[in-house]
Write a protein that binds this ligand. Structure first.
Ligand code: 5AD
Ligand code: SF4
Length: 447
């Protein structure tokens, strides 16, 4: 019998990937994805624990689902299974089970390959959730079924998970576990299948993706750079990206890869978090600002049209005006094409959360506003610099505006153009005719 599955994803791209893989594991049990919550037999919320705001959403979402579940039960005598997955499930599984007894299933990010067994244990009359938040010794990738549905022109491919860096603000090493690199064969096989199913761009994912070092079939350990060279050999793969990287793992052959592999897009998300050496040390980032500058210079030497993106945290414990000024100065020097920035959010169990010199919310807000203003003006400038340029755009989807399609530039910019410019999955030459804060508009060039 067909059952409808609704998955709501919060957080990072890894969660987007995991949600798709969860749907793959449930598909042999008869679950088909729907985009309509009201017809769902099972709802999975795939959660994010990175900042307090993200975690808080879980309980309000669960409150709404509780009402839906009980009115469904009363009016239609039909059950709705509620599952919580992702990093909040991992970090607060027991708490969810206690505070939200209407939740039926709780599964962590390294255990979702066991979903079929967990589902078989479900008992609608029980008020006890079925839980699996283990970090199992087996590798979930060895147990996940093949992709059930095509992933579209630009697909994510998880190659690395977890983190051993232990930045003092970050929950990832606790929620995702220790660093793990998928072996080469599984990655190459998945890449080939994705390409066969119509993907032309692969975005390799990992919490520390450039720390990837995987076992190859010849028994050797490959570097991340070597993996990129191997992927670039695959017929039909036109674009390669990877995210998220750590400055410490930018090794020599990765710069070579940027210089030599045309499919590797000239855009890199390379978070630095702060521009102050004092704060970088307190964050346990294990590099200083000069090292970061040298990396950026090398990237731009390797690929002169390289654009950068980053993550920033303001108001880390002990951050002074001077430290913050150093961050603004770093941003000035690097000149980002885009960036994400956050107020420091103390996370339970992380070392920085128990520092005594926490920063006032008002100061954090003020600093964030200043930093975002600078980043927004850099983004605006970057977008404007593309006016008049002809660039390759991968058509990804119909645009929200009628009569238009949308795609991405090599630099991840969203670009809109007339819908008859080409088909989804095509890469077409587009001349940029308008530049906005978050997007570009263009016209297909006939070659
Ligand atoms: N507070 C604020 N931002 C955080 N990030 C990670 N942990 C925290 C935290 N405790 C940000 C970092 C990271 C991005 C994914 O989220 O900038 O790179
Ligand atoms: Fe978190 Fe630092 Fe690991 Fe990134 S490198 S996931 S910020 S601990």
């Amino acid at each position: 019998m067909v059952k409808k599955l609704y998955i709501k994803t919060y957080g990072c791209q890894m969660n987007v990937y995991d949600s798709a893989r969860m749907a793959d594991t449930l598909s042999p049990l008869g679950y088909v994805e729907t985009s309509h919550l009201d017809e769902a037999d099972m709802v999975v919320i795939n959660t994010c624990h990175i900042r307090e705001k993200a975690s808080e959403k879980v309980f309000s979402e669960l409150g709404r689902l509780r009402k839906m579940k009980s009115s469904r039960q009363e009016q239609e005598n039909r059950n709705m299974t509620i599952a919580v997955a992702g990093c909040v499930a991992q970090a607060e599984g027991e708490e969810i089970a206690r505070r939200a007894p209407w939740v039926d299933l709780i599964v962590g990010p390294q255990a979702y390959h066991t979903l079929p067994q967990l589902v078989s244990k479900l008992d609608p009359t029980s008020r006890q959730a079925v839980i699996n938040t283990d970090f199992p010794v087996e590798n979930k990738f060895d147990f996940l079924p093949e992709e059930h549905t095509p992933r579209g022109p630009a697909a994510f491919l998880s190659v690395q998970e977890g983190c051993d860096k232990f930045c003092t603000f970050c929950v990832v090493p606790y929620t995702r576990g220790a660093e793990f690199s998928r072996p080469v064969k599984g990655i190459m096989d998945e890449a080939k299948r994705l390409i066969e199913n119509g993907s032309v761009e692969l975005n390799l994912l990992g919490q520390n993706v450039n720390a990837w070092h995987g076992e190859a079939e010849d028994g050797q350990t490959w570097s991340f750079g070597r993996l990129l060279y191997a992927l670039a050999e695959l017929d039909g793969l036109k674009r390669i990206r990877y995210t998220t990287s750590h400055p410490l793992d930018m090794h020599d052959d990765l710069f070579d890869a940027h210089a030599e592999i045309p499919q590797l897009m000239p855009y890199l998300h390379l978070p630095v978090q702060s521009g102050s050496d004092r704060i970088l040390a307190a964050m346990n980032r294990r590099h200083d600002r000069d090292t970061y500058f040298r990396i950026i210079d090398r990237l731009r030497d390797a690929r002169p049209n390289m654009a950068l993106s980053g993550d920033f945290i303001v108001g880390f414990p002990g951050e002074t005006d001077r430290d913050f000024a150093d961050t603004l100065n770093l941003i000035d020097r690097v000149n980002y094409a885009s960036a994400y920035s956050f107020k420091y959010s103390p996370r339970p169990g992380t070392p920085a959360a128990s520092h005594e010199d926490q920063i006032d919310e008002a100061v954090k807000s003020e600093r964030l506003a200043g930093l975002q203003q600078l980043l927004a003006s850099q983004q605006q400038m970057f977008n404007h610099s593309k006016l008049g340029e002809v660039m390759d755009i991968l058509i990804e989807r119909p645009a929200s505006r009628e009569g238009q399609k949308a795609g991405r530039s090599p630099w991840m910019q969203a670009v809109h153009f007339s819908e008859n410019s080409g088909e989804i999955g095509d890469i077409i030459p587009v001349k940029i005719v308008a530049a906005y804060q978050n997007s570009l508009a263009g016209e297909r060039v006939i070659t």
